[in-house]
Design a protein around this ligand. Structure first.
Ligand code: UD1
Length: 309
């Protein structure tokens, strides 16, 4: 597991252990992850504080590993525009290293955290895997390059790979402490602190917000699917789309408060609407999301309420 101390990675670690794994090896450089995310499962985790750009250390950490979930990345569309060098280095060179080390270590399969941002800002909805990609930011281009590398490692080197295009994942442990944090984590922090969130644009942009526990199930399915999925990519969303205005409305309703959002200029590189077609993922991986948006939002809010710093 790369990025196993992060928000999504640590959820997959817990999911693996809950579904019968004995031990999980975690690689993380703690750039944006936190060891506290693994507190509940510490006894079953072999933690390696390793940067994925360090091939030798990565190769050593992968000894005896059967499946890798590659979650380590520098996320965020705007961060990749403001700081393109580190995001390129980690997301492209790091991903290359993960594949090279996985092949050399005799790993069976790599399941990769790809991104819906690959689709870009085309008006056609929902986004289906057969659509042409149209990356609009360094981050989107990097995540798409990672998919190409996954596919090439399958065809040229016989490593099984599966790419999962995540659609705006949210849930407990998502870190709201940076301006680059996922919008729902920032909304949750704002509503609990009774402050006004900033919405970039008119708030009518929409996302297929996906609850992290569904992403965990998707990853477990992708790890177990027959070898015919190798080299391919699949959407990891719900098939719905929620506007930012609707999300902020729901949080105010749950908390019983009325706090108007503060509207600012639209963000550079932003995609207007995003919504997954889930047909192929359901057919090929046997996956279907279980959590409604409201359920995910309530569970996440409860978590922030009891775990606020
Ligand atoms: C993108 C990808 C997603 C990827 C993520 C990684 C798309 C459709 N999605 O998410 O797959 O996992 O990057 O970081 O490309 N916003 C505000 N106020 C804020 C913060 C954000 O209004 O304080 C707005 C943004 O302008 C955007 C929306 O909220 O319209 C979502 O932003 P964010 O949470 O950063 O995710 P994406 O860029 O959509």
């Amino acid at each position: 597991m790369t990025g196993g101390a992060g928000f999504i990675g640590s959820a997959i670690v817990r999911g693996l252990l809950a579904s019968g794994a004995n031990r999980v090896a975690v690689v993380d450089n703690l750039l944006s992850g936190h060891e506290r995310n693994l507190d509940e499962v510490r006894g079953a985790v072999d933690f390696h504080r390793v940067d994925i750009r360090d091939y030798e250390a990565l190769r050593t950490a992968m000894t005896g590993v059967e499946t890798i979930f590659h979650e380590a990345a520098i996320p965020s569309v705007p961060r990749s525009i403001h700081e393109p060098v580190p995001s390129h280095d980690v997301n492209i060179n790091g991903t290359f290293n993960v594949l090279r080390a996985a092949k050399d270590a005799g790993v069976r399969r790599v399941v990769y955290a790809a991104s819906s941002s690959a689709y870009g800002d085309t008006p056609v909805l929902p986004k289906i895997e057969t659509m042409q990609t149209n990356p609009r930011s360094p981050y989107a281009a990097q995540k798409l390059m990672g998919e190409y590398y996954m596919s090439v490692w399958a065809s040229c080197f016989g490593l099984e790979t599966v790419s999962l295009r995540y659609f705006n994942v949210f849930g407990p442990r998502q870190d709201p402490s940076s301006a680059y944090s996922g919008v729902l984590s920032l909304f949750m922090k704002a509503v609990l602190e009774r402050t006004s969130p900033t919405i970039f644009g008119d708030g009518e942009q929409s996302r297929d917000f996906t609850y992290v526990e569904d992403v965990v199930s998707l990853n477990l399915k992708a790890a177990q699917a027959p070898a015919s999925v190798s080299g391919k990519f699949y959407n990891g969303g719900n098939g719905w789309r929620i506007t930012l205005n609707q999300a902020w409305e729901l949080l105010q309703k749950i908390e019983g408060v009325q706090i108007p959002a503060t509207y600012g200029p639209p963000r550079a590189g932003d995609v207007r609407d995003s919504q997954a077609d889930t047909t192929l993922t359901a057919a090929a991986l046997g996956y279907s999301p279980k959590f409604s948006f409201e359920h995910g939002m309530r569970s996440t809010l409860d978590w922030y309420r009891t775990n606020a710093d």
